[in-house]
Ligand binder design. Structure first.
Ligand SMILES: Cc1ncc(COP(=O)(O)O)c(C=O)c1O
Length: 490
């Protein structure tokens, strides 16, 4: 039986049962769609789950390029664990099984917070001060961002968030808190840099809609841009927030992935180096999900100097604690300074190489990217491949990429980008071989598009209309021909 019929029958069954038993309503929170998880960002993951690529067992499956996961240093972590099996056997940790198994207070283990503070300083080039007593532990940055929002804003109040921004923010900052996001519109003409004019415009928009604006939230380095925010722009943001008497929240989960010669500048570095800024209004959210490639461990932190925020968020963190076992293991890992320095240097070198090869691979086939310097992904412009320069055109192209080329990439609309045609493409979660398979598929699709506009993998299922892929193919052919002509003139 077709899946739709099964679901329909199930629903009919439920409703007659509901009628018999009387209808029990659910909360608005449970039933409203403010969580944002119905965006193509999450739909692409589901499509991948149904047909995941494997070089041997499923070579025509979908390659996952929609997940910002750092697997480039997993081998180093595994090597370290192999050398420290005593830790997993509760030896050499200076902590007994019993001590770890019983209730801990929700401040987290002091030794772990100290080790995490040391790591946060190292990742920020040793140019910031981190007091372990001002770290509040949370189950990942997801919980950290929500808790910080709960502390700063009431339902109906708003945060300014520069676009394009991480799709999870719609869930983390808005869903349960009832807080609104006002987008700060950034454009491709200046590489999506945050400007004072864009901040002022968003602030004014909030005022026009009678919104009380409580903070500006930046992501540095940016997801999806793969770019750091310059020290000048950070100062401008701090000046703006000071003038408007609002907080600055900085999500710095990609701080350790910066691979350019220009070092990463944390908002804390700027705020701590000048008396102009009130330290009680500048807060950082961090986690080990990206820099250390441990998203499954759920280790996050809020760093703030505001005593009320520290106390309140510590209380709220009881809902999202990190297990003591995880803290004990990570305390040992982070305290191994030699390992950490080598790990950070190695992943930056590997990401730099990965980024270079990926961008070159795309440019060789006529696809442009933003010149990134960090992160686990590239922000790729496929505007010239759109059959229509609008959101419908972007969704059409996304479906062709997912279903015909077999790549799960994330369309710009899910990042609230203001211009159609941008896509975030992740490469930190796969081997170089798999990345090259993905590049090869794009290359083949492009050249097939030029010759006969045929569907590449024959993966077609529910989403894609054949005419969409043919139209994109024809568009590709025109772009490539135009590019070849330009090249032959150059
Ligand atoms: C900017 C940003 N913040 C937060 C998160 C969530 O991080 P965590 O896994 O630590 O909850 C992500 C994950 O992709 C992210 O990109």
């Amino acid at each position: 039986m077709h899946l739709c019929c099964v679901l329909k029958l199930a629903r009919v069954g439920e409703s007659s049962r509901d009628r018999k038993m009387g209808f029990c309503s659910l909360s608005t929170l449970a039933t409203a769609d403010r969580h944002g998880e119905d965006s193509p960002y999450f739909a692409g993951w589901k499509a991948y789950d149904l047909n995941p690529y494997h070089p041997l067992f499923n070579p025509t499956g979908i390659i996952q390029m929609g997940l910002a996961e750092n697997q480039v240093g997993t081998d180093l972590l595994e090597e370290w664990l192999d050398k420290h099996t005593d830790i997993l056997a509760w030896k050499g940790t200076l902590t007994s099984f019993k001590e770890t198994a019983l209730y801990q207070d929700y401040h987290g283990l002091a030794k772990f917070r100290k080790a995490l503070a040391g790591f946060m300083v190292e990742v920020r080039g040793g140019r910031v001060k981190i007091d372990p007593d001002r770290i509040v532990l949370t189950a990942g940055a997801t919980a950290g961002n929500e808790i910080l929002t709960f502390c700063i804003a009431d339902p109906g109040e708003a945060l300014l968030v520069p676009t394009p921004y991480y799709p999870g923010f719609d869930r983390d900052l808005r869903w349960r808190t009832g807080v609104d996001i006002i987008p700060v519109k950034c454009n491709s003409h200046n590489n999506f840099e945050i400007t004072l004019a864009a901040l002022e415009e968003a602030y004014q928009e909030g005022l026009n809609n009678k919104k009380s604006i409580k903070a500006v939230l930046i992501t540095n380095p940016s997801n999806p841009l793969g770019l750091t925010i310059s020290p000048q722009t950070l100062s401008m943001i701090l000046d703006f927030a000071t003038k408007k008497s609002i907080h600055v929240m900085a999500d710095e989960v990609y701080a350790g992935t910066v691979f350019s010669s220009q070092p990463f500048t944390s908002i804390l570095e700027i705020a701590q180096s000048s008396k102009k800024y009130n330290p009680n209004t500048v807060h950082v959210v961090y986690s080990l999900s990206k820099d250390l490639g441990l998203p499954g461990f759920r280790i996050g932190a809020i760093y703030s100097s505001n005593p009320t925020i520290i106390t309140a968020s510590r209380r709220m963190s009881s809902f999202s604690l990190i297990s003591s076992q995880t803290q004990v293991l990570l305390k040992c890992l982070l305290s191994d300074r030699t390992f950490i320095t080598t790990y950070l240097t190695t992943i930056r070198e590997r990401l730099k190489r990965r980024h270079g090869e990926f961008v070159k691979g795309l440019r060789d086939i006529g696809v442009d990217c933003l010149e990134g310097n960090s992160g686990l992904f590239s922000w790729v412009s496929l505007r010239k491949l759109l059959t229509a320069d609008n959101w419908e055109g972007e969704m059409k192209l996304w479906r062709v990429i997912l279903e015909e080329i077999g790549l799960n990439v994330s369309p710009g609309c899910s990042f609230h980008c203001g211009e159609p045609g941008w896509f975030r493409v992740c490469y930190g979660n796969m081997s170089i071989d798999d990345m090259n398979v993905a590049l090869g598929r794009i290359r083949t699709f492009m050249s097939r598009g030029r010759t006969d506009n045929v569907v590449l993998l024959g993966n077609s299922n529910v989403l894609v209309a054949p005419e969409a892929s043919a139209a994109v193919g024809a568009r590709l052919a025109r772009v490539l021909d135009a590019e070849q002509q330009t090249e032959s003139f150059a």
